[in-house]
Ligand binder design. Structure first.
Ligand SMILES: *Cc1c(COP(=O)(O)O)cnc(C)c1O
Length: 405
């Protein structure tokens, strides 16, 4: 056995080694150290018999990239190893991964129970698009197990979908309880969007989830240069989702997959830094009189701190806080920052600031925002991998601009 194959084992838990080596052929045909970029929509055969072998499934070689591409496949194998899954599929975005997965799992007349504080486009897919095709859904608070139990309809409910930690409040779901609840209802699949956790901080498949979804646009890609998404899980389920992907075509292209592969090499190292920097920023915020409340699961003041400490290996890179000012204070805070850039995403090297009232909730009336806890004084920080002291100093400069408490 070639040593390279030792780290392609999906059960390998040494994430740093798997992130660098898993999924990559060694040696590859060009003997490049980085994985080769197969920038091709289609592939040729030397003889018709070779084509027939592929058509009959006796040879797994690529022949058309909507059905599979070697660079995409390398990224998928690496991601499967990181998630501790049999297999994974890469998509053109996190939303492509989510919507294709839901379409593969659900048919007209069936029902989804989902955590109410999920990513808004995910909610829109469930309540808007899938509703047009006869799939119904019920939003529930993730920490209310009785409400979830009551929302599950015998035979109709096929999916329990949650996001953990949640955006922007870092609420951490009780995965063991949700997995036990799911087990009592045969035919229900537990699907977890773990974008905020990443495989470094949480591996939901180890806690009873059936499928895990990530927006690889965030920490896994890690450089704010590529949109991608992934779903990981057991071979049979992944195969079914892959068949639908081959029909619909929401695939990641080879170039996007190559950027994901490159990002993944440094992902565990970067993620530890995000975890450490965010904790430092959260602590500095909590100690400041101009801050009313900090939502970071690594702080003892967070409602889910005990659960998060038991379940997670790190608390992630997103810190939300409410200051003592009004919306004008939020404006002054954001405009005063020198390192944090005003932007909508998270998970890249660069720190970003984002008032949820403006970015994700701008089209909702003020009352709806308040009901969801999205106040004018709420700020979300996506803490990057710069120097922690520099980031803390930047945040304190922003608080200075708000004015005294
Ligand atoms: C960004 C994000 C998504 C969507 O991913 P895209 O790659 O932007 O399509 C889904 N879930 C969460 C939690 C996200 O942060």
């Amino acid at each position: 056995m070639h040593p390279g194959s030792l780290v392609t084992d999906a059960t390998d838990r040494r994430l740093d080694t798997a992130a660098v080596h898993a999924g990559e052929d060694r040696p590859n045909p060009l003997r490049t150290i980085p994985p080769p970029l197969a920038l091709a929509s289609t592939f040729h055969f030397a003889t018709l018999d070779e084509a027939i072998a592929v058509a009959e499934g006796r040879d797994g070689s690529a022949y058309y990239s909507r059905y599979g591409n070697p660079t995409v496949r390398a990224a998928e194998k690496k991601l499967a190893a990181l998630d501790g899954a049999d297999d994974a599929l890469l998509f053109a975005s996190g939303m492509a991964a989510f919507s294709t997965t839901m379409m593969a799992l659900l048919s007209s007349g069936q029902h989804v129970v989902f955590g109410e504080d999920c990513y808004r486009p995910s909610r829109q897919v469930l309540q808007g698009t899938l509703a047009r095709f006869g799939v119904t859904s019920t939003a529930v608070p993730v920490d209310d197990l009785d409400a979830i139990e009551a929302a599950i309809r015998p035979r109709e409910t096929k999916v329990l979908f949650i996001e953990t930690p949640s955006n922007p409040f870092n609420r951490v779901a009780d995965l063991a309880a949700l997995a036990a609840l799911k087990k009592r209802h045969r035919g229900v699949k537990l699907v977890v969007d773990a974008t905020f956790a990443t495989p470094l901080n949480l591996r939901p498949l180890d806690h009873g989830a059936d499928l895990v979804i990530h927006s690889a646009t965030k920490y896994l890609g890690g450089h704010n240069d590529v949109l991608a998404g992934v779903v990981s899980g057991r071979a049979g389920m992944i195969e079914a989702i892959g068949e639908l992907r081959s029909q619909l075509g929401p695939n990641a292209d080879a170039h996007a997959a190559w950027l994901v592969l490159r990002g993944l090499k440094s992902f565990p190292a970067r993620m530890r830094r995000h975890n450490a920097n965010a904790l430092a920023v959260a602590r500095a915020l909590e100690a400041d009189p101009r801050v009313k409340r900090v939502w970071y699961a690594g702080l003892e003041s967070h409602p889910d701190h005990a659960r998060a400490a038991a379940l997670l290996d790190g608390f992630g890179g997103v810190v939300a806080f409410e200051h003592t000012g009004d919306f004008e204070g939020t404006r002054r805070f954001c405009d005063a920052l020198g390192i944090f850039q005003i932007a909508a995403s998270l998970g890249g090297a660069e720190s970003m600031v984002h008032p949820p009232a403006v970015f994700s909730w701008w089209d909702l009336p003020a009352e709806a925002r308040e009901a969801a806890g999205i106040s004018d004084a709420l700020v979300r920080l996506a803490v990057g991998i710069e120097d922690a002291d520099d980031l803390v100093a930047d945040v304190l400069r922003g608080l200075d601009a708000i004015g005294p408490a």
